[in-house]
Design a protein around this ligand. Structure first.
Ligand code: SF4
Length: 376
């Protein structure tokens, strides 16, 4: 496997790109403020060989929790900032990298320009010796670019290039880019294109919301094996919907994929997503609205198994961050609120149902789609 040679980006004790090994990472699915559960999960990920660990930070209480966690266990922490980008300043002393999503910078403080928000993040990263990841996600794209009406791939690509241009403008080189979709073929297409156009910039690979095993691993392999075998990818994350005590599987599977590609065993898997039922689900994180989400995702998977010969996409998402966006693209979508589940058909809300009753409602809609749609 001949790897491309990007510039190096240091993240604490790990350096991404250049001649360095591909770094593997994961994200805690526990509530950040649940210190014991989060510490346990960090240790689980580290023991499996995680190089970098991402934590969601949305509030000052999360910042205090991360401060305490950084004293309990040494790790290269990355903070996942969503709308509240200003928390970077508070969390800077405890982390080695900031991840921001260009699509989310539009939500808060609308009077401040995107350029000024990015400048704030760049200055803060410089102050605390941190790297940055520009994390573009197809489920939460830049709304201003989306309005132009081009394809999600075109919007995601343009968004990434715009933010790379801002990094150049501010003279900041210590950054990586991720371009994630739940569709592995889109992940291959957009990352291959970006790697060609920006050969110096390290790429963080990921198939987001890949879902549950075994399909979650298959989807991830479809993308990673094609990209890694072209020498593309300086760090990666496998995103799977798993119970908290099995989160280390993300790291174990990531390492296995790298090992398989390195030894040439990657040819055994398909290059395209198999036809038939496709269940998308997020890997869960501190933002999940109800811990019953993981169980719900598994109940959905089992309940719709009978539709496996039909080209139906069902998305099950843990919260409002990527829930509305990812369910828009699915035939049927469920996204969690604290006490109920939003159930959608395409862009339209069918209703809000309890965690117990929503699976029955889903099956009724699946049956309607089976009655009208073609079989594989
Ligand atoms: S959809 Fe929400 S709960 Fe799921 S991983 Fe994304 S932010 Fe976390």
């Amino acid at each position: 496997m001949d790897r491309r040679k990007t510039r190096e980006v240091r993240v604490g004790s790990v350096t991404l790109g250049g001649e360095n090994p591909i770094a593997v990472q994961s994200m805690c699915a526990t509530k950040t403020t649940d210190l014991d559960a989060t510490e346990k999960q960090i240790r689980l990920l580290l023991s499996a060989g995680a190089d970098i660990i991402r934590i969601a930070i949305d509030s000052r209480n999360d910042v205090l929790a991360l401060k305490e966690l950084s004293q309990r266990v040494a790790a290269n922490f990355v903070v996942d900032l969503q709308e509240n980008y200003r928390l970077a300043k508070d969390v800077g002393p405890y982390v080695k990298k900031f991840r921001y999503n260009p699509g989310h910078l539009h939500h808060h403080q609308k009077s401040v320009s995107i350029e000024d928000k990015v400048k704030f993040l760049v200055d803060t990263a410089g102050e605390f010796d941190c790297a940055i990841r520009i994390g573009v996600n197809f489920g939460s794209l830049d709304p201003a670019l989306k309005e132009q009406g081009t394809s999600p791939i075109a919007v995601a690509y343009e968004s990434a290039l715009d933010h790379c241009a801002l990094m150049d403008k501010f003279g900041f080189e210590r950054f990586v880019v991720s371009l994630k979709s739940s569709n592995p073929e889109s992940v291959v297409e957009i990352n291959s294109k970006f790697a060609k156009e920006c050969p110096q910039i390290p790429l963080h690979l990921g198939v987001t919301e890949a879902g549950m095993l075994p399909m979650g691993e298959i989807k991830t392999r479809i993308a990673f094996e094609q990209l890694l075998s072209q020498g593309i990818g300086e760090t990666l994350r496998v995103s799977l919907t798993l119970p908290d005590n099995e989160k280390d599987k993300e790291i174990i599977i990531a390492k296995k994929i790298i090992e398989d590609v390195t030894s040439g065993r990657y040819r055994s898997v398909p290059k395209h997503l198999p036809a038939g039922l496709n269940v998308i689900s997020c890997p869960s994180c501190s933002r999940v609205e109800n811990k019953a989400f993981v169980e719900l995702a598994y109940r959905v998977k089992d309940a719709v198994e009978y539709a496996k010969e039909h080209n139906i996409t069902i998305a099950v998402m843990g919260c409002r961050v990527n829930g509305p966006g990812e369910t828009d693209e699915a035939d049927l979508g469920l996204w969690c609120a604290p006490t109920f589940v939003n159930f959608k058909k395409g862009h339209d809300l069918i209703g809000k149902f309890s965690y117990e009753e929503v699976v029955g409602k889903l099956k009724i809609e699946v049956d309607k789609l089976i009655a009208t749609g073609p079989t594989v």
